[in-house]
Design a protein around this ligand. Structure first.
Ligand SMILES: [Zn+2]
Length: 308
């Protein structure tokens, strides 16, 4: 860091499998926890895998896959183990980020959040990473418990056709919903290197939900460009803040997901000056070609780290 070899900021999520549970604590954590580090390299949440992926047919579903019809995926954490891990995380000062893609896995995550964290779970900012298959009853629970949903719109473009093959037509309406998550803290990310990580590509997918094959996957779930930009940075739209200030949910989005809303997410005095300069105004650009916008410069902490 002192040599200037790390131009970007890194929040490192720790795989829970690297830690060992001993006497209801994480061994190997050496007293470290979420937030330890500096402004370039910092520990983020503990990542706990609950299931796999839709493309690999390992995401845990309540109803079988469309193909093959006898498969329902698998939970890689059973519910009692998951609860124990969350308790350990809390005892050690760690935020939890649960990888849950199938509806069965999301249900298990919500059960654990509710049981361990109680009705005020939102203030601990538990994260559900991906949140792929969300039928209406789980959507209701997400709106009530308000964990941070960290999801990846670029999946729609690169994997959308694969999702349809895995789940069939009917479940497409519940697949990687975005608009239905209004009222739930929402952060957009890339999951790089699983798909292309360029944020402008993610933005385009969030507002069009267009797949590589050219069809729109549940287009009613598209975000507006403003909503998508806010989810990538900081979500402060007063329309969604009613009665949520109790948990500081006035600030949500990606910065909130990382407990960094006082440092990142907007350009204002006292925050880090991290920004990009684009060669076109995204609000004046055809949504279907957003990703062709060029980055002229990237500024981190007020220093130009990239210039075209
Ligand atoms: Zn994941």
């Amino acid at each position: 860091m002192t040599e200037g070899l790390l131009p970007q900021r890194v929040w490192l999520l720790v795989d829970v499998e690297r830690l060992r549970v001993q006497d209801e604590r994480f061994d190997f954590a050496f007293g470290l926890h979420t937030g330890f580090g500096g402004d370039r390299l910092r520990l983020g949440a503990i990542k706990i895998f609950i299931d796999g992926s839709l493309i690999g047919r390992t995401a845990a579903l309540r109803q079988p896959y469309a193909d093959p019809p006898d498969a329902t995926g698998m939970l890689v954490k059973d519910p009692p183990t998951l609860r124990e891990l969350i308790r350990c995380a809390h005892a050690g000062g760690w935020q939890v980020a649960m990888h849950a893609i199938g509806d069965r896995a999301i249900e298990v995550a919500l059960d654990a959040i509710e049981e361990v964290m109680g009705p005020e779970a939102a203030r601990f900012r538990p994260r559900i990473e991906h949140c792929g298959v969300v039928p209406p009853d789980l959507l209701q629970r997400l709106r009530r418990l308000r964990p941070v949903v960290v999801t990846q719109p670029r999946f729609l473009y690169e994997l959308g056709e694969g999702f349809r093959a895995a789940l069939g037509e009917e479940r497409m309406a519940w697949t990687y919903p975005l608009a239905s998550l209004r009222g739930v803290p929402l952060a957009l990310s890339s999951d790089r290197p699983v798909v292309d990580g360029a944020p402008l590509r993610g933005l385009q997918a969030a507002v069009t939900r267009r797949t590589r094959e050219g069809w729109a996957l549940a287009p009613q779930e598209a975000l507006t460009l403003e909503e998508a930009l806010r989810a990538y940075t900081i979500l402060t739209d007063p329309r969604y803040n009613v009665s949520m200030s109790r948990y500081n949910l006035a600030y949500r989005g990606a910065a909130y997901a990382a407990f960094a809303e006082k440092e990142l997410g907007t350009l204002e005095p006292g925050k880090w000056a991290d920004l990009v300069i684009l060669d076109a105004d995204p609000f004046e650009t055809d949504p279907e070609t957003l990703e062709t916008t060029s980055v002229r410069a990237t500024v981190v902490g007020g220093q130009v780290v990239y210039a075209a």
